[in-house]
Design a protein. Structure first.
Lengths: 197, 212
């Protein structure tokens, strides 16, 4: 196949030749094989001459992935001594308004040191299995994905009573069960009970 | 060829080559159940080739049969090398190919359509996959056989390639050819695939190439 130079703004399909690694760093939407850079999605070529980076901005709807800095919502699966496990269901990409549903199951973990800026003695006083948590992605390359709930924006946004499983309501800095009258402690987000992301 | 014709699918394509009419739909990457089939290091590609009962002259009984199970498998193997499956561990990418009208060469038309649907779904791929059939009819090598040519010809050979580096991902043959004939047929087939590839590009560009 003939190899011609591409320009910024050109439409490419998967497998299109974009350049060689001597002239560009392969960016998003591209891959490198045998020293040559090719497109892996259908989209528009973007050439960043300053950083010598070539990438393809997809014009098609691409599968959702999580990256560092994104906000996520998930359900607490397990509470351990040092960390909790969260099953991530919703993603809000950094700098974007829309929340997107993840089709792929992704597990996230929050380490005890990443729960809050205060000292935490007992994780089960901050989270319980079944709680809905809002968190920020701090390392998406690890498995499970590393999350953090440091900051008043993040934390539990919906919790269930450990006695009767009914929804808890916020009362001051603690949570209260209208059904059985028990009070519980959580790392509560500002958005608790509002049903908004 | 047309891309993105189904609203609910993540990616879809409709391809008409001669009297072959094929719809392909792609779903995923999505969660794979049962869990024990998940691969921790990559996505699993599932493929289903299905012929509509009204697609052939005499009504075909619906449901998978020996032929369509085999074609599903070879289609999967033809497309898998193009997909970056390692980007989506523990998931599945499901490809559905429905033959609405058949006139020989449906597996190649199906592969062509499925490759477009994959690109439409935004699944990262090394290359598009283009496919077409060659055969030998009345002693001559011909491209893209029709039903009559297939039934009364001496050989039929479907080919699928990744046009960028001419890597062959599917090569089957039914019938007999001499070595020289095979070489000629392969050359002709590759040329046919490249024509199909041009059409695939055009279809994608038509749908997504406009604007900014």
């Amino acid at each position: 196949m003939k190899k011609k130079d591409v320009v910024s703004g050109e439409f490419v399909v998967p497998g299109d030749f974009l350049g060689v690694i001597e002239e560009f760093i392969p960016g998003e939407g591209t891959y490198e094989e045998g020293g040559e850079i090719f497109s892996k999605v259908a989209g528009i070529v973007l050439i960043d001459m300053q950083n010598k980076k070539i990438s393809v901005y997809p014009k098609v709807r691409t599968p959702i992935t999580i990256s560092n800095g994104d906000d996520v919502i998930g359900r607490v699966e397990d509470v351990r001594n040092q960390a909790i496990l969260v099953r991530i269901d919703l993603v809000k990409k950094e700098g974007r308004e829309k929340t997107e549903l993840l089709g792929i199951p992704i597990l996230g973990g929050i380490h005890i040191s990443q729960v809050s800026d205060k000292y935490i003695n007992d994780l089960s006083a901050e989270f319980q299995p079944g709680d809905i948590v809002k968190a920020k992605v701090i390392n998406s390359r690890r498995n499970p994905v590393q999350l953090s709930t440091v900051g008043e924006k993040y934390g539990v946004i919906k919790a269930y009573c450990t006695n009767c499983r009914s929804t808890l309501v916020k009362r001051g800095i603690r949570l209260y069960c209208r059904n059985c009258g028990s009070e519980e402690n959580r790392k509560i987000s500002l958005d608790y009970g509002k049903g908004v992301f | 060829m047309e891309v993105g014709i189904l609203k609910r699918a993540d990616g879809s394509a409709y391809v008409e080559i001669g009297d072959n009419k094929v719809i392909a739909a792609v779903y995923g990457p999505r969660e794979l159940h049962p869990r024990h089939l998940q691969r921790p290091d990559r996505a699993v590609v599932n493929c289903r080739y299905n012929m509509a009962p009204f697609s052939v002259e005499e009504r075909k009984r619906s449901g998978p049969d020996r032929r369509s199970i085999e074609i599903s498998k070879v289609t999967r193997l033809a497309l898998e090398p193009a997909i970056f499956t390692e980007y989506f561990p523990r998931t599945s990418i499901d490809i559905f190919i429905e033959i609405l009208q058949a006139d020989a060469g449906t597996r190649t038309t199906g592969i062509t359509a499925a490759s477009l649907a994959l690109a439409d779904a935004g699944i990262p791929m090394r290359d598009l996959v283009s496919a077409c059939a060659v055969g030998k009819v009345a002693g001559r090598i011909v491209l893209d056989l029709t039903k009559v040519e297939d039934n009364f010809g001496e050989a039929d050979m479907p080919i699928a390639i990744m046009p960028r580096d001419n890597r062959i991902t599917l090569l089957q043959m039914d019938g007999t050819m001499t070595e020289e004939e095979f070489k000629e047929a392969l050359k002709l087939g590759m040329e046919g695939c490249r024509k199909i590839y041009k059409e695939q590009r055009r279809a994608l560009k038509e749908k997504y190439g406009q604007g900014d």
